[in-house]
Design a protein around this ligand. Structure first.
Ligand code: SF4
Length: 187
């Protein structure tokens, strides 16, 4: 593991370990407070994220920011946001297994350095990879699971909430549950 956040970032920005390096505009390392208690993890950058080099921007990112604001969290202050793969899969397809395998060590290193108390998986791909391969977002969203001493929760991906507006209130409920869990832990 790399022990220094900036050193890790510098390494990731140069990475060519999988074929996604050939089509990316920018590596999307992550954004937020590296001392955060809560970390949000998505599957991979989309078009806007690739262009701007930051995770969860564009309409999905705006929705995420609004939901965070609702529970007094923000990427500028008290959370960290990252993805499982740091380069955009073309046409927003799911990242392939080899791509995730090539990249997941960087995410593990980020988690190791940030040491979050709670990890929120945004969407099916992240929840299935990080919580349980059989995770069903529609049934298990908002539930907390403990893994290796870290509380984990899966909820809807912001892009999915935009496509399916009925998911929005459910997602917001999950964020409220996150706030309650944080309060109960004194975070
Ligand atoms: S997706 Fe990850 S492993 Fe692949 S090139 Fe980008 S940083 Fe490297």
């Amino acid at each position: 593991m790399i022990e220094n956040f900036e050193e890790l970032k510098a390494q990731v920005l140069e990475c060519q370990a999988c074929k996604l390096c050939q089509t990316r505009t920018n590596v999307v390392f992550g954004v937020g407070n590296p001392h955060a208690d809560v970390m949000f993890i998505g599957e991979g950058p989309g078009e806007n994220e690739d262009l701007q080099g930051e995770p969860f921007v564009g309409r999905g990112g705006q929705l995420l920011d609004k939901m965070l604001q609702h529970i007094n969290l923000s990427r500028q202050e008290n959370i960290y946001i990252a993805n499982m793969v740091k380069c955009r899969p073309p046409k927003n397809r799911d990242p392939e297994k080899e791509e995730v395998n090539a990249c997941i060590g960087y995410l593990r290193n980020q988690v190791y350095l940030i040491r979050p108390k709670i990890i929120v998986c945004l969407g099916r791909v992240a929840a299935c990879s990080l919580i349980d391969s059989n995770f069903k977002v529609t049934k298990q969203h908002g539930e907390f699971f403990e893994k290796n001493g870290v509380l984990m929760m899966g909820t809807f991906h912001p892009a999915s909430m935009l496509r399916n507006p009925m998911q929005k209130p459910l997602g917001l409920d999950d964020f409220v549950k996150l706030r309650e869990k944080m309060d109960s832990l004194g975070l």
